[in-house]
Design a protein around this ligand. Structure first.
Ligand code: FAD
Length: 351
């Protein structure tokens, strides 16, 4: 069977790319090893800039927030508020199904199959699943954090962030709560959707850290997965094989938000195929520079916060609430925030 493009993975990245390409008349096949709607371990927090791509996010989301509470070791608090919502909370099961259905409405075909391997040379790409073989001109690797396509291309993440998350029975308000400074943790989060609590860490002993942080009482069945991080052009694919979303390791290294960049990168990869059909990967590398640069600066910010959490909280965050609110709402880039924090650090040091 022959397609113009095969998309592997029907998460936000894959469904977005499949929708765009099929709306331009490409014969697109999207495959996923799971039957939809499917569960996806995720906090479901999407920053407000998603409105550029999903204007109806307000009606798709279960909740939104315009207030974040930052804390240091569960004690000192800093409130960051914005006039408009800076984040929406989606249930991944319904959100991802909605995106896949939108792609199917545009004429792409879906098959519940698992990609096993592929071969590629100058004459084209062949995709082997548990049920069929497909020939295609373009392949979009949207197969998530543990991407088999990324492995076949011998591309590696820069590093992995481990996460553990649990849905609690505990009431939580409508704020996003973020805590920093706990030894070994990047941060802890509490989102206003089903009481989702989680931790992220680059350390090995995440289970131990989880119970050390929360205690044992209310935590039923925490689930974990990893988020791959990189900000290199090498991670975007080869020739006519383009990696998007988690497969390209594009989650934000600081906030660990991955849904927005999954959708954004799918737009860029599709535009590259449509506009530069002879060498889409090269075009995609150029277009994705914006994401890679943002992620590079987010990584720098995460380094400061991880290594100097006390200093970051008490010296850098306080007094910069407006800048942090602008960052959260997407009006300030991580590059701008990074330089602002550095300037603030310099001014406080010479005082
Ligand atoms: C605990 C946790 C909390 C998170 N919280 C947030 C958050 O609050 N906000 C946020 O923005 N991001 C969050 N993330 C990150 C976010 O979930 C991902 O960045 C996002 O899902 C990436 O989308 P994607 O389309 O690239 O991949 P995915 O959504 O992972 O989709 C990949 C798809 O590929 C399919 N697949 C995989 N392998 C194969 C194969 N061999 N054959 C066929 N199909 C295959 C899978 O079944 C899946 O449906 C969180 C991640 C974790 C682990």
């Amino acid at each position: 069977m022959f397609y113009d493009c095969v998309v592997v993975g029907a998460g936000p990245a894959g469904s977005t790319a499949a929708k765009i390409l099929s709306s331009f008349g490409y014969r697109v096949l999207i495959i996923d090893s799971k039957i939809f709607p499917r569960e996806k371990l995720c906090g479901g927090c999407v920053s407000a800039k998603i409105i550029d791509y999903i204007p109806q996010i307000n009606s798709l989301a279960k909740a939104s927030t315009n207030k974040a509470i930052l804390s240091y070791k569960k004690t000192a608090c800093l409130e960051i508020e914005s006039k408009d919502p800076f984040a929406y909370f989606v249930e991944r099961k319904t959100f991802d199904k909605y995106l896949l259905d939108s792609a199917l409405e545009n004429g792409c075909e879906f098959r519940n199959e698992k990609l096993l391997s592929l071969s590629y040379d100058d004459s084209g790409i062949e995709v082997f699943t548990n049920a069929n073989n497909y020939k295609t001109i373009y392949l979009i690797g949207a197969d998530g954090a543990n991407s088999i396509i990324r492995k076949i291309l011998h591309i590696k993440p820069k590093f992995l962030v481990k996460t553990l998350q649990v849905e609690t029975i505990y009431y939580n308000d409508s704020n996003v709560n973020i805590d920093i400074g706990f030894k070994g943790l990047n941060y802890y989060w509490n989102f206003p959707q089903n009481g989702v609590w989680g931790i992220a860490s680059t350390k090995k002993n995440i289970n131990k850290l989880f119970f050390k942080y929360y205690g044992n009482d209310m935590l039923i069945n925490p689930k974990g997965y990893f988020i791959p991080i990189a900000f290199s052009k090498k991670n975007l694919g080869k020739k006519n094989i383009l990696l998007v979303g988690d497969a390209a390791c594009l989650a934000d290294p600081f906030s660990l938000e991955g849904i927005y960049n999954a959708i954004f990168s799918a737009h860029l990869a599709s535009a590259s195929i449509l506009s530069y059909p002879k060498n889409p990967c090269q075009a995609y590398s150029a277009l994705a520079d914006k994401i890679l640069e943002e992620n590079k600066y987010s990584y720098f910010i995460s380094k400061i916060v991880l290594n100097f959490p006390y200093f970051s909280f008490f010296q850098l965050s306080k007094g910069n609430e407006n800048a942090l609110a602008d960052y959260l709402i997407g009006k300030k880039s991580s590059k701008e925030l990074f330089w602002l924090l550095l300037k603030s650090l310099y001014q406080k040091t010479i005082k």
